[in-house]
Unconditional design. Structure first.
Length: 51
């Protein structure tokens, strides 16, 4: 599912957009390049040009 989501984001998301994932799953999203957004919130983020 994540591979399909990242492929869609690469093709469709505007350049420079932020993509946020809010989940309590430590160590999972990093393999797709997402970084922690803590301490402000528990989640991950990436900019579309990094995909």
């Amino acid at each position: 599912m994540m591979d399909a989501l990242v492929a869609w984001l690469r093709a469709e998301a505007p350049a420079g957009a932020y993509v946020n994932l809010m989940a309590d799953v430590d160590g999972f999203y990093e393999r797709w390049g997402f970084r922690e957004s803590a301490p402000a919130s528990k989640g991950m983020w990436i900019r579309t040009e990094e995909l």
